[in-house]
Design a protein around this ligand. Structure first.
Ligand code: SAM
Length: 226
């Protein structure tokens, strides 16, 4: 049998679903946004997040450590929030991120591995920021790295550069990383102040599966009591 007409349920030119106007208004779907546009979009979302979680913190010109900082899009936002006299150091183990950060004009980013944190920094920090820290225990498997230094080495290293008043501000991409962070922090007796799903969406500079949004979960904590 030859079917000559399409069944009524199939879309035709006249009944095809249209993308709602409000989704098109601010976004040119025919053109992929440039990296610069994606960065400034992430920064404008992130500004609201940092103000929401950190503007109550009473530090003027604090000393800030940014762990796993990547390209550290938060650097200018943290100066904006805490003052130009703030001192910052960002640490990331990936050479390409450190190079990209320099291209973007970041001043604080250094190449370094948090397993050896005490080789790069001295003293304590008022605020330790860690955005989208990679806590998936299988995260290193694609590089055939089977050890997971976070619970036994990196979190104790972080505690060692905090004092009684320091604040840790962590964000996590995935739900399992959020629960794992809570578990590790509790095990090391960090004093958790807040742990929640971030109500403010942060659109990512990376547009790929599982990373088109960032900073999905937030935890703030004080260092373990000595
Ligand atoms: C998901 S990315 C987050 C980057 C950035 N904070 C952001 O939100 O865009 C995780 C980062 O952690 C860094 N990282 C992973 N293990 C590390 C370690 N042991 N020491 C320093 N950086 C590390 C990676 O190089 C990567 O840039």
């Amino acid at each position: 049998m030859v079917i000559t007409t399409a069944p009524a349920s199939l879309p035709t030119a006249s009944n095809e679903r249209k993308v709602p106007e409000e989704l098109l208004r601010n976004y040119d779907v025919a053109r992929r946004p440039t990296f610069k546009e994606l960065v400034s979009r992430e920064q404008s979302d992130l500004r609201a997040v940092l103000q929401h979680y950190l503007s109550d913190i009473q530090f003027k010109n604090p000393r800030i450590l940014d762990i796993c900082c990547g390209t550290m899009h938060e650097e200018p936002l943290l100066y904006e929030l805490f003052g130009e006299g703030t001192s910052m150091i960002g640490i990331d183990a990936r050479q390409s991120s450190v190079e990209k950060a320099a291209e973007l004009g970041r001043k604080s980013v250094r190449l370094g591995d948090l397993r050896y944190l005490n080789e790069y920094v001295e003293g304590t920090f008022d605020i330790v920021v860690g955005r989208n820290v990679p806590l998936n225990p299988n995260g290193g498997l694609w590089r055939l790295e089977y050890d997971d230094p976070w619970p036994g080495i990196i979190f104790p290293n972080i505690a060692s550069v905090m004092n009684d008043n320091s604040i840790l501000f962590l964000t996590l991409l995935m739900e399992d990383e959020f629960y794992r962070a809570q578990q590790i922090l509790s095990r090391h007796k960090f004093r958790i102040l807040l742990e929640e799903k971030n109500p403010i969406p942060v659109r990512s500079d990376l547009v790929c599966v599982a990373a088109d949004m960032k900073d999905t979960y937030v935890i703030t904590a004080k260092a373990p009591l000595p």
